[in-house]
Write a new protein. Structure first.
Length: 230
């Protein structure tokens, strides 16, 4: 079976103050379809760099990233933009919702930029709002929602295009422990429905809720521990 994501000998270097910084060094691992992976490591371990590369927001210095059978490291900027819009669902620590838009409108934003028919986009948005437990908040704006509710909107938005995988950057970082548990339960449920999820977190108890924990250290793959079989 072709993995959902395959990372092959990935390296990333930056020039900083006349010196070369090795943010990632020869990192390789596969993410099978239906996996739920947490990427962990201390500050400077390479987590953010790997996140940017997986999200097609940056290019590696060496190595390859395959989404299915497509080598995204060989694509031009326009094609990468298309990949980000249609095959990757992003969930951010700070939610990144548009304050002027309602819950329903925030969820359907990606479809608006693709020119999807209004009725189709609205129907899909309502369906996802119901799925994340916000069917009674459709006309609310982000400032009228709790942090957990805002993150639920962000998760629904990440699903609007039925992405290849969800890329979550510290999705519980701004939440209290009770709300963290609610969001983790939602992500676990989505994974059980077949969604592939890659999550960056610095919280060990959050990482332990996934199926697999990958740890980076000084830009290298330090450990890869399977908790639950896919």
């Amino acid at each position: 079976m072709t993995p959902a994501v395959s990372i092959q000998q990935l390296s990333k270097e930056y020039a900083m103050d006349g010196e070369t910084v090795h943010a990632l060094r020869d990192v390789s691992f596969d993410v099978p379809e239906g996996d739920f992976v947490s990427i962990m490591g201390s500050s400077g371990s390479g987590k953010s760099t790997l996140l940017n590369l997986l999200g097609c927001l940056d290019r590696p210095t060496a190595g390859r990233i395959l989404l299915g059978e497509d080598d995204v490291t060989r694509l031009n900027d326009n094609r990468l933009s298309e990949i980000r819009a249609t095959r990757i669902g992003f969930v951010f620590q700070s939610y990144n919702l548009i304050p002027q838009l309602t819950v329903l409108e925030n969820i359907e934003v990606p479809l608006f930029y693709q020119g999807t028919a209004h009725g189709q986009a609205r129907s899909r948005s309502r369906q996802l709002a119901d799925m994340v437990g916000l069917g009674d908040r459709l006309s609310h704006r982000p400032t009228q929602l709790s942090g957990g509710q805002q993150q639920r909107v962000a998760i629904a938005r990440s699903l609007i295009n039925d992405p290849y995988f969800i890329l979550a950057d510290e999705p519980t970082g701004n939440l209290d422990s009770a709300t963290t548990e609610e969001i983790l339960a939602l992500l676990v449920d989505l994974n059980q429905q077949g969604k592939t999820i890659i999550m960056v977190t610095h919280e060990p108890d959050v990482g332990e809720r996934t199926k697999r924990v990958i740890r980076l250290k000084d830009g290298r793959l330090h450990s890869d521990r399977r908790l639950v079989e896919v």
